[in-house]
Write a protein that binds this ligand. Sequence first.
Ligand SMILES: Cc1ncc(C[n+]2csc(CCOP(=O)(O)OP(=O)(O)O)c2C)c(N)n1
Ligand SMILES: [Mg+2]
Length: 195
Amino acid sequence: MSTALPERRAVVAALLAARGDLLVVSGLGGTTWDVAAAGDDPANAYLWGAMGLAVPTGLGLALAQPARRVLVVTGDGEMLMGLGSLATVARARPANLAIVVIDNERYGETGGQRTHTAAATDLAAVARGAGLAASETLRDLAAVTALRARIHGSDGPLFAVVKVAPGNGPMVLPPRDGALLQHRFRAALGVDQGD
Ligand SMILES: Cc1ncc(C[n+]2csc(CCOP(=O)(O)OP(=O)(O)O)c2C)c(N)n1
Ligand SMILES: [Mg+2]
């Protein structure tokens, strides 16, 4: 028996509940709006473009900030564009990094064209093959809540695909001023602003 897939906004809100000092990197388009809809936060690094670079950005952040937990929330289309980065994550093995793919099997922002995950590609299997053993596919909110606890409490790197219902929610746009975003992100990290 199949049950309805969860709505993406509810999934991302559950992932970010009681987030504490979690650092969050969101992919371009839909996942940035999901993360903004869950509550704008100085510790959010929104990608406004740079398709495929959410995971590399999160990896760099996790390596630079080993005392902080880092969560990448990105889309299936973006993840498909940056598959090679999973092998690099598996090699670097940052214990503080989690990657969650919001998989609507669509390029949602550009009109809902079907992606390869709607056909044959299993991103969790790709991640496992790249060397990320802690890799799974989730289909309900209870599993997402359990994942949230592991993002805060277990050693990573963690990789999860969450299958969600098609359809992006209404746009919730975070600030788009790059200087502002960078300044407040660095302040949230406690990094010297002087250089
Ligand atoms: C290099 C590059 N190619 C194409 C685009 C156009 N583009 C913007 S968002 C997007 C779809 C992203 O799909 P996905 O990551 O699955 O996000 P969703 O909107 O489905 O959550 C595309 C193709 C782009 N911004 N950059
Ligand atoms: Mg998508």
